[in-house]
Structures are given as structure tokens and as C-alpha cells.
Design a protein around this ligand. Structure first.
Ligand code: HDE
Length: 715
């Protein structure tokens, strides 16, 4: 792991990062003081009446130190409590002025500063990163027209259609109220009770059961704005738009067993991965994708674009890649930046506007409201991380924690005392809500155009590759199998799954011990459309992660297992081959003391079998060397390394005698080991002897993807 560069100044910067400088406290070379600046020469002993006497009330240093400690915690986010943030910038490729007047989307020379926070949803602040969950992908663009927050997720749809159901949904998925169990898991009665009674959850639940819910890295997952937004140009012409983030490293997932083990072995797996990549200069990059369509097309595709449980298949409206987001700097302080950042869906700039999606409408209220409790009052926009980089002038005043010092006597509008200032903006520059014509009766009801709950759940399932479908089945078996009440299990199978795919429902029914559903007819055609003649697709290849590029091993981490007598020259060759492709080889040995190679050179392991395991790596390599392999065979943890990497469908490379570790690990379903040359089979690269040509190349190719073909369905 790379250590942090010492000087913040030498690290990448943006206008926003620079604006934080006056707020930073640099301790280097400075004297310890109280909050009032009084120098302190003893912070280890309280002031007492006699060395063995009671502490005195006048010890202001003790009281301040303890008072500050006592009040360090703030309420965690109601959802998305666990997260990791990074600074960076966004740059548009070419002007989108045809669609929007937002300057960060029209000026290709502009590098707009951003702060991004990734998160899980259900778990507490200290919960594990790799749980099965939706991931938040929230971006604050500090534009010259004010802050624009794109508060998205890594899945393009949501569980519910109307925001008024959000408290119900969140209550059901969070730990149950009587015993606060389970932490960061949807595998419990209350969530599945809710799902079984609320069919609009079906589509999102299929995403939650898919590999999308266990990403390999925040750097390797997509992001979605979910709702349909509006882009509005300078002439006031509007288009509908769906926002996407496309990771340049492709879409990759963990195996479910691996994700669960990682929760214990390294609960900070995603946080660490993001932090390390940025520190190493491997800056995560995502392209902004837009699906743009005419305003009149809200109902064209047979479902309602205002319904957040529906996605717009990319095959119907292609995603145009319009710019790039680069994350190039870690925060200086987790609390001040990542914890205090406050996103709000209502933060839009001229050129971007809302729609009537009832989920979005509720969010416009909630995000502003929640900060009052979380950040202790209405002045949270003044916190350094939240402050826009453009001027902020208004008549807002007072409240807890006010930072700004207004200098005018006039704190109202209109005024003459302050010369009428701040003056109203020129309408051409100002934000205008789209003048959409609306009329209707006040009514508490759901539109008929929101009534189809299953077609897109089916579309999603049908669009997955076979292994991905098997993972959904296994996830359902895991989750519903944990539900204690049999009637909930029955309802999930017979009210929900059967309407998505009867064969899937029948398999899950068997696995969770309930009566299989009566209906056996095949799933209805997944037209995602109730309307005759509406453009539709039978499958959407873009929904399968396996169809995203899997040709790079950049930034991947590979373990090399060694003991005394390993083939050093061979290891060097493989290390070089991987490094040339942007991957890193970490040597894992019996201890952190040097091991000696066959050729007599020393290699110092970075990790040991006691403090790491295969789940923290993308692939495993065992170099040849009879003595080394014989020693590794005697270490159960080393054998486990190979066994688990095999079970988790990761690439393995074993040369010469190292092939023996496969049988020691119980892997006996590969053909006999090659007697000459190199061979790759189901992601396992084996060679007859060390240093065989092409070994590194074949290994690199194997690392680029998971080898799900090794899996056998459970039931
Ligand atoms: Fe959120 N959501 N949400 N949400 N959400 C919050 O705001 C809410 C929804 C999302 O890193 C909260 O500041 C309602 C969809 C992210 O700080 C809260 C509804 C999507 C984050 C809130 C939704 C999201 C949040 C909690 C339904 C994807 C983390 C703390 C009407 C498009 C942002 C906070 C961060 C956080 C409310 C649904 C994404 C309570 C009422 C859909 C990424 O205000």
C-alpha cells in the first residue's frame, strides 16, 4: 500500500480544493493551544489540588478538551450512512448548448471541481463495505452558476414510485426495531414482508439480488441519476434527460461468498480501494452519459418516464458520452469533508430542471430537511465542503453556527439602506423553473401509467447472462431462505417472483421450502410496454455487466504465494508482465522476513498468510520451486488461498510443481496438468516448467474477467 504524500500542496488541486485552504489547520511546526489560542505545555495531567487530590473546576484546558470530546459525534445519515468521498473535476467534451445553458456542460475548456461520495444504503457508519446493497454515487459539481448535485445510485431504478413510501421502505430494510438485527443486510423478514406486499419493488429487488449489489470497486461500477430530469437551453427549449456514469475500468462484481468474507477480513475494502488508487495516481474515471429525448416522449415507450421503477433501455435511446469525471484527490479529513458534505436533489443550476416524478418531488424536500438534524441547523451550506465556489449573497441570517458576517444594514428586500443590494439577477442568468402547464384535481392516487410492476423486472432478468441469472437465484435463495415466517416466503414466491419468471419462482420455492407456484406458463413477453406499437426490446444487453468491457487489468492486485526456494526469475517475469498492463503483484509469504529464491536472491513479502487472504486480491499466482511449493502445501492458509480463489472464479497461475497446490486445495476438475508448454483452462493458467513463454500474457488475459463457468448451481 502506498503511503500518503506529505504535502497537500504537491497534490492535484481544483478551485474548490484551493478554496478550502483558509479552513485547513496545519499542525506541522506549530505549538499546541486551546481553542482560544492559549499555549499549552502539559496536556497529560489535569489540574489538581495536590498531586493525589481532586481535579479543579478552573482547569479550562481539561474542561474544553473533554467537552469537545463529549460532543464529537453527530447523527449519521438516515440512509447512506457508510460512505467514502473524493475530490476531482468534470470536463465536458463538447458544448451541449443545444440542450442546456448549464455552463459546466457547454464550455469544454472548463474543469468544474467536484466532490463525490460513494456509499452503501442500509448499514450504519461503521458497517462493512461489501454487503449486498445499493451503492450511492453522489456528485457535487461546484459550478460557476452555483452547486449542482447529482445524487444518484449504482442502479438505474428504485424500490418505490412515490416518495411518501420512502419511510416505510427504509424502515423495512433497516435492522428490525425490536432487536436492531441484522446490520447492513436485506436478508430478513421485514424487508421481504414489505416486498411481498408492494409489487412495485419487484424490478429494483432483482437489481439488488444481482451482481450489481456487490461491486468489486467503486471505481468499477456505473452510476445513474435514476429520475428523468430536464435540460433547458438558453432559449427555454427543454428536453428530457437521464443521467449515467460509465466507469472507464468497466463493470466488475465480487462473488457473493467473497463479499461476505471480505466484510470480516477487510470491512473497509471499497474505502481502501478508492483511497489507495487515488494515492497511487490511478485516478478513477467515469464518463457522463446522457439519454436525451424530446419533452413529449414521457409516455412514448409504453411506460411512464416519471416512474422511477422503470429504466429506459439504452438500445431504444442510446447513451451519449458527453464528458469525463476524474477523481484525483483524497480528502484531508474524513469528518470535515466526507461526513459533512450535504447533497440535495434540489441543488440545480440554470439549464437543469426537475420533472413531476413523485419520487423526485419528495426528495426535493427530504435532503434539505434531513441536514437540519444531521448538521445541527440551517447554516450547513456555509460549511467549507458545501460552500459554492461562486459568490453567495442574500438576506438569510443567523441560526446556529453562522460563519458569514453580512456587512450590510439591510437584511431584507427591497431596501434602500443597502443600496438595494443584493440586486436581483439579470433574468437571462437566473434560474427559472420550467413553465410547465399543470392542472388537475387534488388527488391522493397513483397514475395508471405506473401500474406495470413486472415487465421490466422480467426484462432485467432475461437480459442477464446465464451465470448472472444463477447469481440472482442464489441470492434469492440466500435472502428468502433467511426469512423466518413461512407465509412471507410464500408470498414472495407466489405474488412476486412468479410474475417475474415462473421457472425462477419454482426454483426458489424449492430452495426455501414453500409450495411451488401454481402458474407454470412461461413469463409473458417482456415488452416493458402496455401500449400497442410502443418501441420496446425483448432483452437489453446493456443490463448485463458481462457485456461491459473486460479487456483491462489496470489497477488490479494479484497475490504471489512464496516460501523459501521459489522460482525468483519466473516471479520477476510475471511481475513485469502484470506491471506492463497496469496491475500490481504483492508477495505473500510465511512471515514479513525475507524469503530466498531458488537463485539465492531475497524477496521481502508485503503480507503474510496470517494477515491476508485471497478475498483481498483479484488473482493468485504461485511460482514454481519444489521446496517453496512443498512448504506452501503444509500451510493450510496458503492452500485456502488457492481453494478460495478457485471457488470465487478468479484467475490463478501456477507453474511447474506449484500445480500440485490445486489438488491439495481440492481442485480436481481440471484436465491433467500440461506436460509441456503453457495452458489456460477456465481461468487457471498452468505450465509444465518455470519461465515458460506466454505464461504472463495468458495470466493477464485470465485476470481481466471472472470465470463463472466454474460454478455449479446450488439447487
Ligand atoms: Fe436518498 N436520501 N432518498 N435516494 N440518497 C439521502 O439525505 C431520500 C433516493 C441517495 O452521500 C438522505 O443527506 C428520499 C434515490 C444518495 O451524502 C435523505 C427518497 C436515490 C444519498 C434521503 C430517496 C437516492 C442519499 C440521507 C425517496 C438515487 C447519499 C442523508 C423519495 C437516485 C448522499 C442525506 C450522500 C441520502 C432521502 C430515494 C440516492 C434522508 C426521501 C431514488 C446517493 O434525505
Amino acid at each position: 500500500m502506498k503511503t500518503r504524500k506529505p504535502s497537500a500542496k504537491s497534490r492535484p488541486t481544483t478551485l474548490k480544493v484551493e478554496s478550502l485552504e483558509p479552513h485547513r489547520m496545519h499542525a506541522e511546526g506549530k505549538v499546541l493551544t486551546t481553542d482560544q489560542g492559549i499555549p499549552i505545555s502539559d496536556t497529560d495531567n489535569s489540574l489538581k489540588a495536590g498531586v493525589r487530590g481532586p481535579t479543579l473546576l478552573e482547569d479550562f484546558h481539561f474542561r474544553e478538551k473533554m467537552m469537545r470530546f463529549d460532543h464529537e459525534r453527530i447523527p449519521e445519515r438516515a440512509v447512506h450512512a457508510r460512505g467514502s468521498g473524493a475530490h476531482g473535476y468534470f470536463q465536458v467534451y463538447k458544448s451541449l448548448e443545444k440542450y442546456t445553458q448549464a455552463s459546466f456542460l457547454t464550455d469544454p475548456s472548463l474543469r468544474t471541481p467536484v466532490f463525490v461520495r460513494f456509499s452503501t444504503v442500509g448499514g450504519s457508519r461503521g458497517s462493512a463495505d461489501t454487503v449486498r446493497d445499493v451503492r450511492g454515487f453522489a456528485t457535487k459539481f461546484y459550478t460557476e452558476q452555483g452547486n449542482f448535485d447529482l445524487v444518484g445510485n449504482n442502479m438505474p431504478v428504485f424500490f418505490i414510485q412515490d416518495g411518501i413510501k420512502f419511510p416505510d421502505f427504509v424502515h423495512s430494510v433497516k435492522p428490525e426495531p425490536h432487536n436492531e438485527i441484522p446490520q447492513a443486510s436485506s436478508a430478513h423478514d421485514s424487508l421481504w414482508d414489505f416486498v411481498s406486499l408492494v409489487p412495485e419493488t419487484s424490478h429494483m429487488v432483482m437489481w439488488l439480488m444481482s451482481d450489481r449489489a456487490i461491486p468489486r470497486s467503486y471505481r468499477m461500477m456505473e452510476g445513474f441519476g435514476v429520475h428523468t430530469f430536464r435540460l433547458v437551453n438558453a432559449e427555454g427549449k427543454a428536453h428530457l434527460v437521464k443521467f449515467h456514469w460509465k466507469p472507464l475500468l468497466g463493470n466488475h462484481a465480487l462473488a457473493w461468498d467473497e463479499a461476505q468474507k471480505l466484510s470480516g477480513k477487510d470491512p473497509d475494502f471499497h474505502r481502501r480501494d478508492l483511497w489507495d488508487a487515488i494515492e497511487a495516481g490511478d485516478f478513477p474515471e467515469y464518463e457522463l452519459g446522457l439519454q436525451i429525448l424530446p419533452e413529449g416522449d414521457e409516455l412514448k415507450y409504453g411506460f411512464d418516464l416519471l416512474d422511477a421503477t422503470k429504466l429506459l433501455p439504452e438500445e431504444l435511446v442510446p447513451v451519449q458520452r458527453v464528458g469525463k469525471l476524474t477523481l484525483n484527490r483524497n480528502p484531508d479529513n474524513f469528518f470535515a469533508e466526507t461526513e459533512q458534505v450535504a447533497f440535495c436533489v434540489a441543488n440545480v443550476v440554470p439549464g437543469i430542471d426537475f420533472t413531476n416524478d413523485p419520487l423526485m418531488q419528495a426528495r426535493l424536500f427530504s435532503y434539505l430537511d434531513t441536514q437540519l438534524t444531521r448538521l445541527g441547523g440551517p447554516n450547513f451550506a456555509e460549511l467549507p465542503i458545501n460552500k459554492p465556489v461562486c459568490p453567495v449573497t442574500n438576506h438569510q441570517q443567523d441560526g446556529f453556527g453562522r460563519h458569514t458576517i453580512p456587512t450590510s444594514r439591510a437584511n431584507y428586500h427591497p431596501n434602500t439602506l443597502g443600496g438595494g443590494c443584493p440586486v436581483l439577477a439579470n433574468p437571462a442568468m437566473a434560474f427559472h423553473h420550467r413553465q410547465e402547464r399543470v392542472e388537475g384535481h387534488k388527488i391522493r392516487a397513483r397514475s395508471n401509467s405506473f401500474s406495470d410492476h413486472f415487465s421490466q423486472a422480467t426484462l432485467f432478468y432475461k437480459s442477464l447472462s446465464k451465470p448472472e441469472q444463477e447469481h440472482v437465484v442464489a441470492a434469492l435463495e440466500f435472502e428468502i431462505g433467511k426469512v423466518e415466517r413461512v407465509e412471507i416466503r410464500e408470498r414472495v414466491v407466489n405474488q412476486i417472483l412468479v410474475n417475474i419468471d415462473p421457472a425462477l419462482a419454482a426454483r426458489v420455492a424449492r430452495a426455501v421450502g414453500v409450495e411451488p407456484p401454481k402458474a407454470t406458463k412461461p413469463a409473458k413477453a417482456p415488452k416493458a410496454s402496455g401500449k400497442k406499437g410502443a418501441p420496446s426490446v425483448d432483452t437489453s444487453p446493456a443490463l448485463s455487466m458481462e457485456n461491459s468491457p473486460h479487456d483491462s487489468i489496470k489497477t488490479r492486485k494479484i497475490a504471489a504465494l512464496v516460501s523459501d526456494g521459489f522460482a525468483g526469475k519466473e516471479l520477476d517475469g510475471v511481475r513485469k508482465a502484470l506491471a506492463e498492463r497496469g496491475a500490481t503483484l504483492e508477495v505473500v509469504g510465511p512471515t514479513l522476513s525475507p524469503v530466498t529464491s531458488l537463485e539465492g536472491r531475497e524477496e521481502r513479502p508485503l503480507r503474510t498468510f496470517a494477515n491476508t487472504s485471497s478475498v483481498t486480491y483479484d488473482a493468485v499466482y504461485v511460482p514454481g520451486g519444489e521446496k517453496s511449493v512443498a512448504a506452501l502445501k503444509r500451510v493450510p492458509q496458503a492452500v485456502d488461498f488457492v481453494r478460495e480463489a478457485y471457488i470465487h472464479c478468479k484467475a490463478l497461475a501456477l507453474s511447474a510443481d506449484a500445480v500440485l497446490l490445486l489438488s491439495a486445495a481440492g481442485v480436481d476438475d481440471l484436465e491433467p496438468a500440461p506436460t509441456k508448454g503453457v495452458e489456460a483452462m477456465r481461468g487457471v493458467v498452468r505450465s509444465a516448467k518455470t519461465e515458460t513463454k506466454g505464461f504472463g500474457q495468458l495470466f493477464a488475459e485470465a485476470i481481466a474477467k471472472r470465470h463463472w463457468e466454474r460454478e455449479t448451481p446450488l439447487a
